[in-house]
Ligand binder design. Structure first.
Ligand code: ZN
Length: 497
């Protein structure tokens, strides 16, 4: 039980010892190699940790900075970093990254960053990748580019939007109220060309949004837009969105003009499917829905003056998504940007996407700094007098497959409790092994779980108020292990059904 935890600790101390040993010998300056040129970055040691001078790094990459007494912003071609004096938390856009040590301002214009800044943070705003060489120097190389061409193919009953890439990489599709987003998760996207949509009542436009991590396209919904289907083809790698118009001739109201980044949850799922004229058409495949907790104005647990839980929850959710996608699962996130969603919007997204499993990802905070490890929550139904009852049509829920019965919005979870409990126990057991601790599943009447018509849990992946958990959760390797564990538990759960 304690072995994993012990190994993590051992690794940690060995690393620390090694760093202490190397820096006690000499605080060696860093060499960055760009092509044939070598650039020197001054280093310093503080609390046994190696720091590099930010000014030197900025000079190599021609990054401009803007400084106040407590904060420095660093502007890169792909984004802006905000570093705060004496804080280990770095903000890039709406993401937060935890460094192994606090940022260090030695004086005006003289900022130092912990060594892991180079690999953890810097690539987030650059078009380059840093690779550590065996001699301890870093080689700076361009990140692989993905040329993406967007074309349209007209069919009698639908329109296909084809994203043709020069490289095969991870893509995710998510529907919002006013557009469908195609997000690339690997290689920087260079939009080669974007054709004009042949029918603007169906697709208004396809826009490229470069500031999203690797590049994102937004497919604007026209007033005839009704539903879409996604598929992926290889040789060359293509992502295809088949967009179907509203059946019949009646026009829908285009909706109010405001752009809200929320999943299109209001539409009853009965109107979801395209007309079933094509006999070869596949039914929609149920997906796994991951819900990154909090977002927007709702910061979640807030250990520094800045937001942390909401950012970390999103980072973890994305890693879980990657793991699940890699094992062939369809995945939807309830949000993948920094927006505040109400509990019912999260569960609605779960039901809308016909989740086969719903996992809400949080990071805990507790009054006691001793509280640590992961805690899995499962829905605790109200007393028996509020029994499951039939509801009027149109009141939430959906139709088809395993959603055949209409149930009251807040009672969706009741029919799935056995599965939820089994999933919760599996997940708690595995996460206990990972953290080397014995926590138990907690039953609670959580609003986000109540309406979900699928096995559903909420997981607190450790406590930010516990210093050891905080240290672990800030490490990319630990985040990966955590994501891997959760994805594996979901896989196991689905297999054993
Ligand atoms: Zn939370």
């Amino acid at each position: 039980m304690f072995r994993l935890r012990f190994e993590i600790l051992l690794n940690f101390w060995l690393t620390l010892l090694f760093v202490a040993w190397t820096s006690s010998l000499i605080a060696q300056d860093l060499t960055l190699r760009v092509g044939q040129e070598s650039h020197r970055v001054e280093s310093a040691t503080r609390d046994g940790k190696t720091y590099f001078r930010l000014r030197d790094i900025a000079a190599v990459f021609e990054l401009s900075t803007n400084e106040t007494s407590s904060q420095i912003d660093v502007f890169g071609p792909r984004g802006t970093l905000a570093l705060m004096d004496d804080r280990p938390l770095v903000r890039i856009g709406d993401q937060y990254i935890l460094l192994t040590g606090p940022v260090w301002r030695r004086g005006k214009g003289n900022w130092y960053v912990p060594a892991d800044f180079l690999e953890k943070v810097l690539p987030g705003i650059l078009n380059t990748r840093l690779t550590k060489e065996s001699d301890g120097t870093y080689r700076v190389q361009g990140v692989g580019r993905n040329r993406v061409r967007v074309e349209f193919l007209k069919y009698p009953d639908h329109l296909s939007v084809v994203f043709r890439s020069s490289r095969a990489g991870v893509t995710a599709v998510q529907e919002f109220r006013d557009y469908v987003e195609v997000r690339y998760g690997e290689y920087l996207v260079n939009p080669d060309s974007i054709a004009d949509p042949p029918d603007r009542e169906l697709i208004t436009s396809v826009k490229f949004v470069p500031e999203e991590a690797f590049g994102t396209f937004r497919v604007g919904k026209g007033e005839k837009f009704y539903s879409f289907r996604e598929s992926r083809l290889s040789d060359p790698p293509r992502l295809v969105l088949d967009v179907f118009p509203r059946p019949g001739t009646e026009r829908s109201s285009p909706g109010s003009g405001a752009t809200v980044d929320l999943p299109a949850t209001s539409r009853p799922s009965t109107s979801r499917e395209p007309p079933d004229e094509d006999p070869g058409q596949q039914p929609r495949i149920p997906v796994i829905v991951i819900d990154p907790g909090h977002g927007g104005e709702d910061y979640g647990v807030d250990v520094y003056q800045d937001v942390l839980e909401k950012g970390l929850a999103l980072v973890l959710a994305r890693k879980i998504e990657q793991r699940l996608v890699a094992s062939g699962e369809g995945v939807r996130l309830t949000r993948f940007r920094d927006v505040d969603l109400a509990a019912e919007q999260r569960s609605a997204a779960g039901n809308f996407h016909r989740a086969k499993v719903f996992v809400s990802v949080h990071v805990g905070g507790a009054p006691s700094a001793q509280t640590s490890g992961a805690v899995v929550y499962v829905y605790d139904p109200p007393p028996a007098e509020f029994k499951v009852s039939r509801a009027a049509p149109g009141e939430g829920g959906g139709e088809g497959d395993d959603h055949a019965e209409l149930v009251r919005w807040n009672e969706g979870q009741i029919g799935y409790l056995n599965g939820s409990r089994r999933l919760a126990n599996l997940m708690q057991t595995e996460l206990n092994k990972l953290f080397g601790i014995q926590n138990s599943v907690v039953e609670a009447r959580l609003a986000v779980l109540a309406p979900v018509m699928a096995p559903a849990v909420l997981v607190e992946t450790g406590f930010l108020t516990n210093s050891e958990d905080l240290e672990l959760l800030g490490r990319d390797e630990f985040q990966e292990t955590l994501a891997y564990t959760i994805a594996r538990v979901i896989g196991k759960f689905l297999e054993s059904r």
